[in-house]
Design a protein around this ligand. Sequence first.
Ligand code: ATP
Ligand code: MG
Length: 323
Amino acid sequence: MCSSLWTEKYRPQTLDEIVNQSEIVSRMKKFVKERNIPHLLFVGPAGVGKTTTILALSRDLFGPSYRNFVMELNASDERGINVIREKVKSFAQTAAISPEVPFKILIMDEADSLTSAAQHALRRTMEIYTKTCRFCLIGNYSENIIEPIQSRCSVFRFSPLSEQDLKGRIRSISIKENLQLLDEGLDAIYEASAGDVRKAINLLQAAAAVQGGVIDDVSIYSVLGQLNPTRIREMVKLCLKGDFLEAREVLRSLLIEEGIAAEDILKLLYFEILKSDIAEEWKVKLSDTIGEVDYRLTQGSRPEIQLSALLAKLTLAGEEMHR
Ligand SMILES: Nc1ncnc2c1ncn2[C@@H]1O[C@H](COP(=O)(O)OP(=O)(O)OP(=O)(O)O)[C@@H](O)[C@H]1O
Ligand SMILES: [Mg+2]
């Protein structure tokens, strides 16, 4: 079991297990109760439960043998709309019909990657087989789906998981896997995944494989191969406290000892400065400096000097704040 993917191992099997998308889930449950569903269009960012929801709905609707009544196609894998049409046709015509539900479900992932001509053809196919087949089209953006398809579907918009829900899910998996997940580790997972549960679970699994049982922010960022934002936050804090020299030491160690690219440091500094509680007017000035530094770096200026100048300005902002 150890080698299996945790995203699959912990994929919710039923609608009840799905986290966060509560309004969508309750409408899905209503469909199950009525034993009827419209054509569906699921849109939203990666890893928030779109595929999981339609599979869970299918299981709740058809029972454990639901795979007999469901076909999954990936629009970007299939070679053209004709291949898709043939597959839909043979699925709609030949696959078994459940005694209790008079239709089958065809899931079309990455439907938004189909050209508009292909989507028009798909729409006709949907109409022909609508009696025996319901379509669940899935994509990231509804803008890429043609209007006639949208109007034939009930559209459901999935959102990234809230901090609380994502952390709760990750915590419960780490308990089942006997990990010791520290708060800093959980914060790092949330920050890096931005509500994408798949990414969050994959990070947890990768960190567990490398680090063994204890997971903190260092293990997460080392798995990511990324700069740890807490180091940058530390630098900003030091400047705002007036400890310019100490902040510069952190900068030197990032640049020289750890070999981190100045551009990466600058990018995180930008976010941290915008998030900080310094006055608006200083944020404007500092953004301007960041823009300049960014340009100079592309021109081959010395990174340490450029970033030090930015830290100096940040220290001035801190001094004014405490005046
Ligand atoms: N709302 C959720 N509740 C619980 N687990 C979730 C949820 N969303 C995603 N997951 C976890 O993340 C994995 C990926 O989810 P899923 O395949 O549903 O994503 P998706 O929205 O279809 O993303 P993509 O657009 O990349 O296909 C699931 O196997 C599950 O483990
Ligand atoms: Mg999916």
